[in-house]
Design a protein around this ligand. Structure first.
Ligand SMILES: [Zn+2]
Length: 268
């Protein structure tokens, strides 16, 4: 499942192909993903020039000179293909540029989404308006305020997109391990001093993954390049029964229906 670093890597890869280019052809190959595609998608994008690419939480934003932003979410299985040799049945949107490049949004499970929003109205657009601050912009005092009075487990609160936007299961597990915080600890009970370790840990795990993704971008000039996925290694995530660096065996519990991996010795 794509998390924030994959989306950031995807946006940076798309930027190389799209920034400054005019969109010559747009083909929506089905009417919906998780929700309906805008009916006027082709009309509003065809002929438009791409003037910026950005990320907000796990949304990618492609801004055009017509004041529209194409907002994509990769869902569970989405990814963009660069200059694909053939268009397949899971390529749901195809874009061609005036430089002769072709992009396809491929999403076999179709949990992703595509929306077209006026750029100056993005902040008020429902899915984005509901989001908390970007994790890379967060500081410990802001997080302390957002957790105040909350009795739910810190693991679950960090996954709440209204508290912090864009954090997923992998990086929450890893950041809690680095900060030495037990995933079941009540969010509102964690001291500012401990949050001052947690916030840099969140920044570090994300920035390291973004750097790892960025280092794979050089390959995307190749035909059939797939944006956004890269190998990663984790301290606790998906390591149940294997040793933490301290030698203690990593445990798995289920919180909110999802697996949490943690070290019972390093995390209190
Ligand atoms: Zn440990």
């Amino acid at each position: 499942m794509p998390e924030l670093p994959e989306v950031e890597t995807t946006v940076r890869g798309l930027e190389r192909v799209l920034l400054g280019r005019r969109i010559e052809r747009v083909e929506a190959r089905r009417p919906d993903l998780r929700r309906a595609l805008p009916e006027d998608l082709g009309q509003r994008l065809t002929g438009a020039r791409v003037i910026g690419l950005r990320r907000r939480a796990k949304y990618g934003l492609i801004d055009t000179d017509r004041g529209d932003s194409l907002v994509f979410h990769l869902g569970m299985s989405g990814h963009w293909r660069i200059d694909p040799g053939e268009i397949g049945k899971h390529d749901h949107l195809v874009i061609e540029t005036d430089a002769g490049r072709r992009l396809a949004l491929n999403d076999p499970r179709r949990f992703g989404s595509l929306d077209l929003v006026r750029t100056d109205e993005l902040g008020a657009w429902g899915p984005i308006a509901a989001l908390g601050p970007e994790p890379l912009d967060l500081d410990a005092r802001e997080l302390k305020r957002r957790l105040a009075g909350r009795t739910a487990a810190i693991k679950l609160l960090l996954l709440d997109q209204g508290i912090v936007a864009g954090l997923g299961n992998i990086y929450v597990c890893e950041a809690l391990r680095r900060a030495g915080i037990h995933p079941m600890r009540r969010g509102g009970s964690i001291s500012l001093e401990r949050l001052e370790r947690l916030v840099p840990a969140i920044h570090d795990v994300l920035e390291e993954a973004i750097a790892a993704g960025g280092s794979t971008l050089r390959d995307f000039a190749a035909p059939d390049g797939e944006l956004g996925y890269f190998p990663k290694s984790f301290a606790v995530y998906d390591r149940e029964g294997r040793p933490c660096t301290c030698g203690t065996v990593v445990r798995r519990i289920v919180q909110g229906g999802r697996s949490t991996f943690y070290c019972p010795r390093c995390q209190r």
